[in-house]
Design a protein around this ligand. Sequence first.
Ligand code: FES
Ligand code: FES
Length: 215
Amino acid sequence: MKNDHDHDEKKTGFGLGVTRRKFLKTMGSGAAIAAASDALTGRGTAEAEVIKPEVIVKVNLFINGLRRSLVVEPRWSLLYVLRAKLGLTGTKVGCERGECGACTVLIDEVPRYACLTLAVEAQETQIVTLEGLMHGERLGAVQQAFLEQDAFQCGYCTPGQIMSTEGLLRRDPTPNPDEIRRAMSGNLCRCGAYAHIYKAVGRAAKLKAAKGGVS
Ligand code: FES
Ligand code: FES
């Protein structure tokens, strides 16, 4: 006669001593696969729950015109690497799930969420962060426009808004109001400074044009 234990083993699909309870217990720690393979080799549960060291990968990232060689774990986001490993904290952490746009950077000229981009994915691409728009201590054209138009309150979303604006103006130097709204739709501002942000995008287009399209 089948007992609960047998039933649990059947449900997991693993069998061979990995019960549903054990599977659920280990799943959160990332050790479920190790537990399954250890059941096959006959090793104990305590040993199976040890998280194995991650693989380290060497990557070359081109950031703000500089080549940066570093070792990363494959699961690290570009956002994490920029901030925690390279000290480029102009890129902000917001939702970390592709909803707010605070982490926007340019990858090969296109605005992208750094929180949803793995560092290994960004290998051999050209990455521009907020720091890359500065000219020494002087602000870039888009940064200057946001300042002039008072296009922020708390300022937390501002780096992402600026990078989306920069991406838009590199693609289309003279966007109309609809195009501006569409291009900025991936960047949320919880302070609701949208009216000023849209004005700043228009002003940035003029400032960049006056500088021959330079940032
Ligand atoms: S932090 Fe990346 S979209 Fe919110
Ligand atoms: S200025 Fe505060 S979130 Fe945009």
